[in-house]
Design a protein around this ligand. Structure first.
Ligand code: NAP
Length: 511
């Protein structure tokens, strides 16, 4: 890689010099060739060894922890506490996938045994499971330089699924990306993974990323970033001679609805304001749209939230482009008629946390108010009747999350509202906050378009591995020729569906 001088935001509003890495065309070709050559041998690596690789990667990330935190602080301006937490999240996410791979039932093995005596035609033996797709290209996120970037969720889930990964490093944090890549390469070497199992390319501008998506070795793409970027890459993927899936996680305003009874809760203003302004509001699940009742309870809640938000420190956002987009977004909505702004004081170089108040009627008049403005602001929509909300929610774009604050005994009267929120989002949160995405088997971090490009998967949790696999059926193969997951004796001790029943036992002789 070539190091060229580059000057970036450096976070905290200061311009710090930093080294910027550029992959040459020859290095790009070699990285993709190596990844392509690794695809078959890596897919054949046993689940035990793949799990060991992911465990080693987690150790390597922890070992590099303080260097990763220092580099990411310099490059993003995120705080030490936040980034230290992100190191641990990245490592424990790799461990989570290591356990998932070892447990093994994620491959969804199904066996329909033969019935040669069935009439009028004999039934064949059909067995299916998930198999790896091949090389996966990963575009890391600017806002999670560790947990959603080079060694983050997309990379971990693709490696866990048996796919080599080539990361396109985010240009906003190249040194952090390099350190994380070195940790993964070290782990791959230590555990004897095929050369090319992990690779990374560096550069800025659309050309490099688009060449990566066009490359014939690449079979799927994981992306977190802007809607424009995700949709551009999806178009490139669709225009290939052989189109490939792009799993892009893009924009979301994460609506929150608060009933009058819930509005009176102590602690709600503090919790909501923290969720709006935490990490400079640069979280994909940040609540950018809050429905607050009109009347005294709502007035008191909004006043208290606005006061908390006013006390939040103005901050520099991740990159100059994100900062400019935020300030322009604020300018766009605050000049609309009927809008009242509660904002902190801030300099022109800083992102001012803001709550923008509007009536339900004015909200419906101005589509700009329902668009994501990535940063520490939220639109507070004042509604008179909760029964008016389902129709308004139904007209929102697809979201990563939707949240309801209500007393449990109100739920029977809120069925239409709940259904509208569930219909629009990938995760429905009750009496909580959408920020803070737990990594676990049940988590869904996805949602209907345009929150994501595909709307049926998740980028967090064990289901995330499914994105990088395809279903493969084997008909009438001799037992020894089958993958271990489908063999009669069940040597991997997996939970499998056999003739419609779940079992973790080996097969007894067929009927
Ligand atoms: P971005 O501009 O979409 O960039 C993300 C990655 O995609 C970068 O590596 C970028 O590389 C590449 N890229 C972007 N457009 C491309 C194109 N047309 N062709 C090929 N590659 C392309 O996102 P960002 O800079 O991280 O953040 C900007 C905005 O993304 C934010 O304001 C926010 O709206 C959104 N965002 C959303 C989430 C979320 O979780 N939903 C997270 C972070 C950001 P190059 O710049 O080198 O082309």
């Amino acid at each position: 890689m070539t190091r060229a001088p580059h000057s970036g935001n450096g976070g905290m509003g200061t311009a710090l010099p930093r080294a910027f890495l550029v992959t040459t065309p020859e290095e790009f070709r070699q990285t993709l060739d190596r990844a392509e050559q690794a695809a078959r041998p890596y897919a054949a690596v046993s689940s035990q060894r793949r799990s060991e690789f992911l465990q080693a990667a987690a150790r390597a990330v922890r070992q590099a922890g303080s260097a990763l935190v220092s580099a990411a602080m310099r490059e993003t301006g995120l705080t030490e506490a936040r980034l230290t937490g992100e190191v641990e999240r990245t490592a424990s996410q790799l461990e989570f996938f290591a356990r998932t791979v070892l447990e093994g039932s994620w491959v969804d093995a199904r066996i329909d045994r033969a019935r040669p005596d069935r009439t009028p035609v004999p039934k064949p033996d059909v067995r299916s499971m998930r198999v790896p797709l091949g090389v996966v290209a990963v575009f890391g996120a600017s806002n999670f330089p560790l947990a959603f970037s080079t060694a983050g969720g997309d990379t971990a889930s693709a490696l866990a699924a048996g796919c080599p990964v080539v990361v396109k490093a985010h240009p906003a944090h190249p040194e952090t990306a390099l350190l994380a890549a070195e940790a993964l390469e070290h782990a791959a070497h230590e555990t004897g993974m095929p050369e090319g199992t992990f690779g990374i390319v560096f550069g800025e501008g659309p050309h490099l990323g688009q060449e990566l998506v066009k490359h014939p070795a690449v079979r799927a793409v994981g992306f977190t970033g802007s809607r424009a970027g995700g949709l551009a890459l999806e178009q490139v993927a669709r225009a290939r001679p052989v189109p490939i899936p792009v799993y892009a996680e893009m924009s979301s305003v994460n609506p929150v609805v608060i009933t009058s009874r819930a509005a009176r809760r102590e602690g709600l203003p503090r919790g909501l304001a923290a969720s709006i302004t935490g990490s400079g509001g640069q979280l994909c699940t940040q609540p950018g749209l809050v429905f607050i009742p009109a009347g005294a309870d709502g007035d008191a809640l909004l006043g208290a939230v606005a006061e908390q938000v006013r006390q939040a420190e103005p901050c520099a956002l991740l990159t100059p482009a994100i900062q400019d987009a935020y300030l322009q977004g604020i300018q766009r909505v605050t000049t609309l008629p009927g809008v009242h702004v509660h904002a902190a004081a801030g300099g022109p170089a800083l992102a001012t946390p803001a709550v923008i108040e509007v009536t339900l009627e004015d909200f419906q008049r101005h589509p700009a108010l329902s668009q994501e403005n990535f940063g520490p602001s939220s639109v507070a929509v004042r509604y008179r009747h909760v029964d008016d909300l389902p129709e308004v929610i139904t007209r929102l774009e697809g979201q990563l999350t939707a949240t309801l604050h209500a007393d449990p005994d109100e739920l029977p009267d809120l069925t239409a509202l709940c259904q509208a929120l569930i219909d629009r989002a990938g995760r429905f949160v009750f009496n909580g906050y959408p920020t803070g995405v737990e990594v676990g088997a049940a988590m869904v971090h996805g949602g209907p378009y345009p929150a994501t490009t595909d709307g049926v998967t998740t980028s967090v949790g064990s289901h995330a591995m499914h994105r990088f696999t395809r279903l493969m059926a084997y008909q009438n193969l001799p037992d020894a020729a089958l993958p271990a997951a489908l063999q009669d004796a069940n040597p991997l001790h997996l939970w499998r569906q056999v003739d419609g029943e779940w079992t973790n036992k080996g097969l007894t002789p067929g009927p």
